[in-house]
Design a protein around this ligand. Structure first.
Ligand code: SAH
Ligand code: MG
Length: 199
């Protein structure tokens, strides 16, 4: 397992695939254990790195992970197989915004780590599939340190993307339904918990 993880880290570095940073994934794994999380929905599998590590946190942790890029999806399948985790990780090849989940599927944790400009759309689509007491975690809230400095960015595409993350942060901060804490680990992680657990 350790070798596979190292191979995946190397592969991601060589191919420029933005997998979670070490302290970010450690934070996530700790959170899963501390909060007794069993059912996870991940948006953005890439090569399965975060899925595989999350799945190792407990025997009864199950993950559904969605990926729209075919090459990454294939790589994810391959790695999940190598890790012997096919019974715990369900890889789905689809655009997350087009996925149809049934209402009976509820998740203790929804981990958003896909197209950064779509964070709010993912959040608003998938919050209905959060189990009572569940958490939505969003990665790359700092976006390599650009967040908070969008006005200084020359490239229009990058500036617009960073502005979207900035407005997502505002959306989280002003959200009536969820309480969000921001953590300065990895590339920045937001942890959102539904305020009223009574209904
Ligand atoms: N969670 C992974 C890294 C994901 S990188 C890890 O830490 O190991 C982001 C991935 O999200 C990319 O593979 C990209 O193809 C995918 N993605 C982006 N937008 C998506 C969408 N709308 N639906 C599904 N996957 C998406
Ligand atoms: Mg990420």
């Amino acid at each position: 397992m350790k070798n596979l993880i190292m191979e995946m880290e190397q592969f991601a570095e060589d191919k420029n695939i933005p997998i979670m940073q070490k302290d970010g994934i450690m934070f996530l794994m700790k959170y899963i254990k501390a909060n007794n999380i069993k059912n996870i929905l991940e948006i953005g599998s890439a090569i399965g790195y975060s899925s595989i590590l999350m799945a190792t946190t407990g025997d009864d942790v199950h993950i559904t992970t969605i990926e729209r890029d075919e090459n990454n999806y294939m790589e994810c399948l391959k790695n999940v197989k190598k890790a012997n985790l096919e019974n715990k990780i369900n890889c789905v090849f689809q655009d997350a915004l087009e996925v149809n989940l049934t209402e009976n599927n509820k998740y203790d944790l929804i981990f958003i780590d896909a197209a950064k400009g779509q964070n709010q759309n993912f959040f608003e689509k998938f919050k209905y599939f959060l189990a009572k007491g569940g958490t939505i975690i969003t990665d790359n809230i700092k976006f390599h340190g650009y967040v908070g400095k969008s006005q200084d960015i020359e490239s229009k595409n990058l500036r617009q993307l960073v502005q979207k993350i900035e407005s997502y942060i505002e959306f989280l901060k002003t959200n009536e339904e969820f309480d969000t804490k921001f953590y300065d680990v990895g590339d920045g992680v937001a942890v959102s918990i539904r305020k009223d657990e009574t209904n």
